[in-house]
Design a protein around this ligand. Structure first.
Ligand SMILES: Nc1nc2c(ncn2[C@@H]2O[C@H](COP(=O)(O)OP(=O)(O)OP(=O)(O)O)[C@@H](O)[C@H]2O)c(=O)[nH]1
Ligand SMILES: [Mg+2]
Length: 334
């Protein structure tokens, strides 16, 4: 939060505060003049004062903002997570970008994740990565903007997994991609996976060409009815990734479709029994630890940016970036 005015200076700036949910938070700062107009900001945006929740006071040179009945959403953590990710530097300069491979059933929300992450960093709704038109090529998707700089991680979108033998992305293609053999632009072929004779096959991939985190995308509202063949395909991919020591996470999408409470208010996501049950189902299906399963909601029909949607995704992305960086650090030759 901050104070906007041309001439005055802070005598005492805002301090960080840790509080319990339900507490009243008092944020205070001091300036060197009484003659000013004050505006409080949160995450770089003007604070929308809510009646009986935000109380602003100006007593001489002392400026106070009282936030009653503090909730998680009152935290300015979105801005902090964005700043930290924008400033992120990979530990090893052998690798210039961390590569994340998205993997999941058809229509799970893989392309929408790319749109959601780009929406956060472009700070406007981003829909270029066409969701709902199925993904046919191996595509690398940058995050951020050319003007401000792209972030040091990229997402690789893939075709969805299907239950048929000759339908959806071939599981062998995931393993080929994880190992770094698959070149961008490769057209997925459900029947014949990529082979060494193809121009899209990279012979000797380096650590930079390999994937640094495998991101399973599982829709919360469909996990209970998911075909066992699809689950088995994901398990096989997971086992191959485990053998390579690759970090793996689950982004559990469509939480709004799985729980009415969460649909009405995304803050319920961590308190909802339904969502917890869906996370447990994901854990059992793929044998991935609960602290590597992240419930998220994608932008899909919204026209405005939502801090709640952003915070869920940013929380997951922060962990993914850290774990991928640890993997690169471990396997780097330098
Ligand atoms: N309600 C809701 N809808 C979502 C969410 N994520 C994705 N969708 C919708 O689900 C549908 C499928 O999303 P996509 O992002 O195209 O899924 P995909 O995994 O890329 O699909 P394929 O490329 O066909 O495998 C689209 O209509 C999205 O708008 C979410 O979190 N909540
Ligand atoms: Mg897609």
């Amino acid at each position: 939060m901050g104070l906007l005015q041309s001439q005055p200076e802070f005598v005492q700036v805002l301090a960080d505060k840790s509080v319990r949910a339900g507490d009243t938070v008092t944020l205070q700062c001091e300036v060197n003049t009484e003659w000013l107009t004050v505006m409080w900001e949160k995450d770089g945006q003007k604070l929308h004062c809510v009646h009986d929740k935000h109380i602003m006071k100006q007593e001489g040179q002392l400026l106070t903002l009282e936030i009653r009945n503090a909730e998680e959403k009152d935290d300015g953590s979105q801005g902090q997570m964005v700043t930290e990710l924008e400033a992120f530097v990979i530990q090893r300069d052998e690798v210039r970008e961390l590569n994340f491979l998205l993997c999941g059933p058809i229509g799970a929300g893989k392309s929408s994740i790319i749109n959601t992450i780009n929406t956060i960093f472009k700070k406007r709704i981003y829909v270029t990565h066409q969701a709902s038109s199925f993904t046919a090529r191996f595509q690398k998707c940058k995050v951020g903007t050319a003007q401000d700089r792209f972030l040091p991680f990229v997402l690789y979108d893939t075709m969805g997994l299907d239950s048929g033998d000759n339908a959806g992305m071939h599981p062998d293609d995931f393993i080929t991609a994880v190992k770094g053999h698959m070149k961008e632009g490769y057209q997925f072929n459900p029947i014949n996976p990529l082979n060494e004779n193809s121009p899209y096959y990279r012979e000797n991939p380096s650590l930079s060409d390999r994937m640094h985190c495998l991101v399973f995308v599982i829709p919360a509202d469909r996990i209970s009815r998911m075909d066992s063949v699809i689950i088995q395909k994901m398990k096989n991919i997971k086992n191959a990734a485990t053998a390579m020591g690759l970090p793996q996470v689950i982004l559990m999408t469509r939480v709004d479709q799985a729980c009415t409470l969460t649909n009405n208010d995304l803050h319920y996501v961590y308190n909802s029994k339904k969502i917890k049950d869906k996370m447990l189902e994901c854990q059992r299906a793929l044998d991935i630890k609960m602290n590597c399963i992240f419930p998220v909601k994608n932008y899909h029909e919204e026209t405005d940016i939502s801090e709640d949607v952003n915070c869920l995704m940013l929380h997951a992305l922060t962990r993914i970036v850290q774990w991928a960086d640890d993997y690169v650090d471990k396997y780097s030759n330098n």
